[in-house]
Design a binder for this molecule. Structure first.
Ligand SMILES: *Cc1c(COP(=O)(O)O)cnc(C)c1O
Length: 377
């Protein structure tokens, strides 16, 4: 592969010390009990980012496995599941729930705004009796972060088990899993943690474990069955062989995050700067509220197609940017400022390349993004 600057909202750039872990010594993770201790240590490091004392698991699959495993393990046929939907991932969560027999109700809200707590509260007053609710922390396709700090305690106060997709927010947005009483939080290796794609991480509360244990019907999956992991540490056994090299990589990436005390502020400050620069230069942001710390979604200027912008950025400057899919296709472009992407030099290079790409694509001359950026510092 050619060297690229990957400024997409995941996968992200990977630091050399993370890549280099592939040279670390390996063992047989099934037989060597030292590996059990090591895996447990990596989970403990991750707990610091989750802010939880709940169990944390690392599963061998991309973030999607975390979403599917949560649905497969919690949902029984006929269970009432509330899917909170203000974007593509929010809506898509319902499809996983239906696969496992859920009776899905969508709470569908404005796609350009974060979920309003008061409105959800009014909805719950007249629509009770949900067993599970699915939520998305950061709607990556639209760049909107939902206030899970208020939504999850509200749902929990109604006795609803909450499952939060935090794949693109984890380590970039504030997350207080225990304080906010979140039953399952799902993260991924390839977004703000900036390791390779291929691992998903879940925190699982005692209530979520109880719901799985107290099912009437067995879980209709093997690889997505979280109960197989129950008491893995006490049993000193994994359900199947663990991808040791990927876990070495993940741990190094987690340590990189933890070695920097204020990684959330770096994301917040960068996101604020990027929004200010684009609006100062006459661009329009897609979102109206709930602006994400980790991804910014900007409307394409008149007359510019995404494919032309993407190809120019890639071929002329070696920079990859994100686009829109579904209802956002060819309407927006996205910059992922997650983890390793969220540093001044990379943002500057991206903005400078965008300035030149827009000039090449005939967008009328306005203020230069990279110049406004330099002036802000
Ligand atoms: C990236 C992401 C996932 C994982 O899905 P992929 O698109 O396959 O990477 C899940 N949820 C959200 C919100 C994501 O941003």
């Amino acid at each position: 592969m050619k060297r690229r600057l990957i400024m997409t909202p995941g996968p992200t750039e990977i630091r050399d010390n993370v890549k280099n872990t592939f040279l670390a010594p390996v063992t047989n993770p099934d037989l060597d009990l030292d590996f059990v201790e090591y895996y447990s240590e990596v989970c403990n490091n991750l707990k610091t980012i989750f802010n939880t004392e709940n169990d944390v698991l690392i599963l061998n699959g991309e973030g999607i496995l975390g979403l599917e495993a949560s649905c497969a393990s919690l949902i029984e046929p006929g269970d009432k599941v509330l899917c909170i939907n203000n974007g593509i991932f929010g809506k898509g969560f319902g499809d996983f729930a239906k696969l496992y027999g859920a009776d899905v109700t969508y709470y569908s809200a404005d796609l350009k705004r974060s979920i309003d707590v008061k409105e959800l509260s009014d909805f719950l007053d007249s629509n009770p009796n949900f067993k599970i609710a699915t939520l998305v922390h950061c709607e990556t396709p639209s760049g909107i972060t939902n206030p899970i700090d208020m939504l999850c305690p509200l749902l929990k106060s109604k006795g609803i088990i909450t499952v939060v997709d935090s794949v693109s927010a984890f380590a970039g947005e504030p997350l207080l899993t225990d304080k906010w009483q979140i039953d399952i939080v799902i993260a991924g290796s390839q977004k703000c943690l900036s390791a390779s794609p291929g691992l998903t991480i879940l925190s699982i509360s005692p209530d979520a474990w109880d719901a799985m244990r107290n099912r009437k019907n067995p879980i209709a999956s093997f690889y997505s069955n979280l109960l197989l992991w129950e008491n893995w540490y006490e049993k000193k056994a994994f359900p199947y062989t663990q991808p040791e090299s990927n876990i070495h990589q993940l741990n190094r990436a987690v340590l990189n995050v933890l070695e920097e005390c204020d990684f959330i502020s770096r994301h917040k400050n960068t996101a604020e700067k990027i929004r200010k620069i684009f609006t100062d230069c006459g661009f329009e942001l897609y979102a109206n509220s709930g602006f994400s710390n980790t991804v910014t979604t900007i409307l394409l200027p008149d007359g510019v197609s995404f494919i032309n912008l993407f190809e120019t950025m890639k071929n002329d400057f070696g920079v990859l940017i994100g686009g829109g899919f579904d209802f956002l296709e060819n309407k927006i472009f996205r910059i992922g400022h997650m983890g390793e992407n969220c540093y001044d030099e990379k943002i500057y290079l991206t903005l400078k390349s965008l300035d030149e790409a827009f000039e090449k694509l005939g967008v009328p001359k306005g203020k230069k993004l990279h110049k406004v950026y330099a002036e802000l510092d």
